[in-house]
Design a protein. Sequence first.
Length: 208
Amino acid sequence: MKMLNVALPKGRLGEKVYEQFAAAGFECPSIKENNRKLIFENEECGVRYFWAKPSDVAIYVERGAADIGVCGKDILLEYSPDVYELYDLDIGKCRMAVAAKKGFTDDRERTLKVATKFTNIAKNYYDSLGRDIDIIHLNGSIEIAPILGLSDVIVDIVETGTTLKENDLEVVETIVPISARLIANKASFKFKSELVEKIIRSMENNND
Ligand code: PRP
């Protein structure tokens, strides 16, 4: 039997995602072994899981190296991969937001300096407002940019709000809510739609 290749986001979210697949009848006990392996399969269920960097999941799925995968809506909005977005797992919930130093007010006469990992989301958001910005692309620890004067604001993921709070920053505006989404390669979905739909139906039932 041909295996269903599933890209899971490595990390905390990935473990929760795996639990949803397991509860849907696609267990793979070896994945729980504490080792550095990245690929696990259960031939009986016909499933092969692999841990990918969350921001890479959509690349594996778009190119068909994975039939399906799970990644955050942030990744889908930022990279617009050519995949089907099929199901909201309702986990990994957070929001994409603009944040700044406490008390910040926007001077619309000046170009706004925006530091972010999510360049496209930030551009689209400020385009929709007709606001001129200067984008500064960073790879992490975005919160330090406004503190050190590198930027006026940041566009970043806010989950509990603790990181902002502990760095004396606050949310200025929410751009969009985020959660984990099940995505499928377009060709895989054509040929394996029954199996993929079965997984989604089981997840839906378990989440009711
Ligand atoms: C994200 C984000 C914030 C933090 C927000 O970073 O960039 O730094 O989580 O969470 P909070 O509101 O609960 O404090 P992540 O941990 O994903 O790491 P990263 O900085 O490498 O993106």
